[in-house]
Design a protein. Structure first.
Length: 133
């Protein structure tokens, strides 16, 4: 039992039965179990997808950022900011943090994708070049 399971449970309740009360119970349980930035980011997305609760998603994203400690986590947070809250400024800020935390060529490739999503071809190309080095 973890936050991923409860987030999926909430989405199932909404998709299959449009049951907001059941989805809320699942998301509240997920809140109690989330323990890392990936889980908090996924939970932010679930709050928006299931109940359109942008305020709760924002709280989850702030917690996710406080626990993020590597490039992959920052890239994921960039994705969540843009796809769930359409917040390009925070997505860009997270992409910048991802780039500063790069440790591997794979990380550079992930940063290139993040910059592509944000429409910054120059930075994306630079990251792709670094991934080849």
């Amino acid at each position: 039992e973890d936050s991923w399971d409860w987030g999926s449970c909430a989405l199932s309740w909404m998709t299959c039965f449009n049951d907001e009360e059941a989805a809320l119970r699942c998301l509240q349980k997920a809140d109690l179990l989330a323990s890392n930035s990936y889980e908090w980011g996924a939970l932010a997305a679930a709050w928006v997808e299931c109940l359109n609760d942008r305020g709760k998603a924002l709280v989850c994203l702030r917690i996710a950022e406080a626990t993020a400690d590597d490039s992959g986590q920052w890239m994921e947070l960039s994705r969540v900011w843009i796809h769930c809250l359409d917040d390009r400024a925070n997505a860009r800020r997270c992409a910048e943090k991802a780039e500063k935390a790069v440790e591997t060529p794979h990380d550079w490739g992930g940063c290139a994708i993040a910059w592509d999503v944000l429409g910054d071809k120059v930075r994306a190309d630079r990251c792709r070049q670094r991934a080849k080095e």
